[in-house]
Design a protein around this ligand. Structure first.
Ligand SMILES: [Zn+2]
Length: 342
């Protein structure tokens, strides 16, 4: 008798654990427990072995077990019906939950655009480390020991003697390219650079540059002008005019700043161009022979030009962003304005 009680308990646990997901599962349950060759039929058959004085008690137990199984079957059927009703009641035309999609950062948009323009002219992209040594950042670029840019007030030093610093321009990447590669060299170097500046609307302690370098035989200032002219036309449109102003950089000779005609007033004069009709856009020049010699490139045989521009500056002119701090504040209201810009 005790073994029958135990056996029924075990069956009950098994029945309780039975998982039904659809009508087919419920049918499996019915055949297994309630079918003509099912478990209930089997356990009912045990009655004949039960001694006569215990038959009444055993009969009650078995009936109770049968009832339990039938009730369980009804519950399972009901739950399947409820589920399918729920599915039928769903309104499939309701709008879904919108997953927020980000946009590209304006600086990345502009950098990608710059890169794609120069890639069409045969330039390839070169990258280098943001932590640099003195030689690649300053020495190789012909900046003398006492150049003010080397001052602690302008540059973030990580270590001194030997000097390790956060690169102040991407010219260090040009240095690393010339170190490894012989002319012809035609690269652009996009990347982040660091200066020890007080953060304001017009200055930041980090910003982004794209520099370019072209070294080959017979590269002239005319090549420089035409390359940069092509660039601004592709970036700002065919109507933009350019002008070059003499300048000084230790790594180029001669050097020039390039201005473009003001995009806001078209050259008539406004606040953006300080009523001159022109806005400065980049620095450029012919690579100083000493820089070439620093890398064993024969400056009598080879010449080259280099240029460098601030990505923030181009972005400012293209999208009228007037505060540098906006770029790194991660304000979604600012970033969302560039949705759809490719
Ligand atoms: Zn203007």
């Amino acid at each position: 008798m005790n073994s029958l009680v135990q056996q029924l308990e075990q069956y009950k646990q098994e029945i309780n654990a039975f998982v039904v997901n659809n009508a087919d599962d419920a049918e499996v349950f019915r055949i297994k427990y309630l079918g003509t060759k099912g478990l209930i039929k089997n356990v009912m058959g045990l009655m004949k072995d039960v001694p006569a004085e215990q038959k009444k008690e055993a009969g009650l137990l078995l009936n109770e077990f049968k009832l339990f199984t039938e009730q369980k079957f009804e519950q399972l059927k009901q739950s399947i019906e409820n589920n399918s009703e729920e599915e039928n009641n769903l309104d499939w035309s309701l709008p879904g939950n919108i997953v927020p999609v980000g946009t590209r950062h304006p600086l990345n948009l502009v950098r990608n655009k710059i890169v794609s323009i120069f890639e069409r002219l045969g330039f390839s992209v070169a990258e280098g480390p943001e932590i640099e040594d003195d030689w690649h950042n300053f020495g190789a670029m012909n900046l003398p020991e006492d150049h003010p840019a080397r001052d602690m007030q302008d540059t973030f030093y990580i270590n001194q003697n030997p000097s390790w610093l956060l690169r102040t321009h991407t010219s260090s990447v040009q240095a690393r390219v010339m170190e490894k590669q012989k002319p012809p060299i035609r690269v652009i170097c996009p990347g982040r650079v660091y200066r020890n500046e007080t953060i304001s609307a017009r200055a930041h302690c980090f910003f982004h540059q794209v520099e370019g370098l072209y070294v080959d035989e017979n590269v002239s200032f005319a090549d420089l002008k035409q390359t940069l002219y092509f660039f601004v036309q592709e970036m700002f449109g065919k109507d933009v005019k350019v002008r070059f102003r003499p300048s000084y950089f230790p790594f180029t000779e001669p050097s020039a700043e390039m201005d473009i005609s003001c995009l806001i007033c078209g050259g008539d004069g406004c606040n953006v161009c300080k009523h001159t009709g022109w806005v400065e856009i980049l620095g450029s020049g012919m690579v100083h022979p000493k820089v070439l010699e620093n890398f064993g490139i024969d400056s009598n045989k080879y010449t080259g030009f280099a240029f460098g521009m601030g990505v923030e500056r181009i972005c400012q002119l293209k999208y009228r962003v007037n505060d540098l701090r906006l770029y790194s504040q991660n304000d979604v209201r600012f970033l969302k304005q560039f949705t759809g810009v490719v």
